[in-house]
Design a protein around this ligand. Sequence first.
Ligand code: TYD
Length: 206
Amino acid sequence: MSGLFITMEGTDGAGKSTQLKLLNDYLKKKGFNVVLVREPGSTNIGEKIRNIILDIENKEMNCMTEALLYAASRAQLVNQVIVPELKKGSIVICDRFVDSSIVYQGIARNIGIDIIKKINNIATGGLIPDITFFLDLAPDKAIERKKEQKELDRLESEKDYFYKKVYEGYKILIEQNSERIKVINALQSIDKVHKNIIDNLEKMFF
Ligand code: TYD
């Protein structure tokens, strides 16, 4: 495949949305064909799945149901958008990908990394990002930011210890994928975080 597949990861509240927008604008200005998508969602089917997953009323959702729904949304997105765009040579930026499932479902929900990898291999056909940015924000800071938010979805309303497990999960994953996953200090100013991301990309690909 000739395109470039970039993913962005982080705990809730790390500032992903802002950085995704800045990165998208930057690459577009450079003249690339850029497609920005988010998980779960970004297809009609995926957005419906997203509503089921994040619905605060679905408190009885089994963790395996949750894992499979994320994978189902991902299968649709990979086949309908990501792979066709990469084949055309586009840069695809994805807000979260398999790493999120490994950390949130595999580690924080205790399903196990291997099971999540298997499910997702089936869902994605083994697609791996070319580069992944992890916006690193320590759990105490993330929890502070979360308290400033008014309406929380089902995942965001998890207890604080869940956030800590997610963060620890990312640290394990980063150790195992240190070539692919670039850690960016999310406590820096918005401009500095953006510059770190661009510097990494320029060094590796442009
Ligand atoms: P979203 O509102 O997109 O949160 P964020 O802006 O933090 O990305 O909601 C996505 C939520 O779903 C988020 O809490 C992380 C979680 N998630 C998983 O648990 N597993 C996954 O595979 C993905 C993609 C997301």
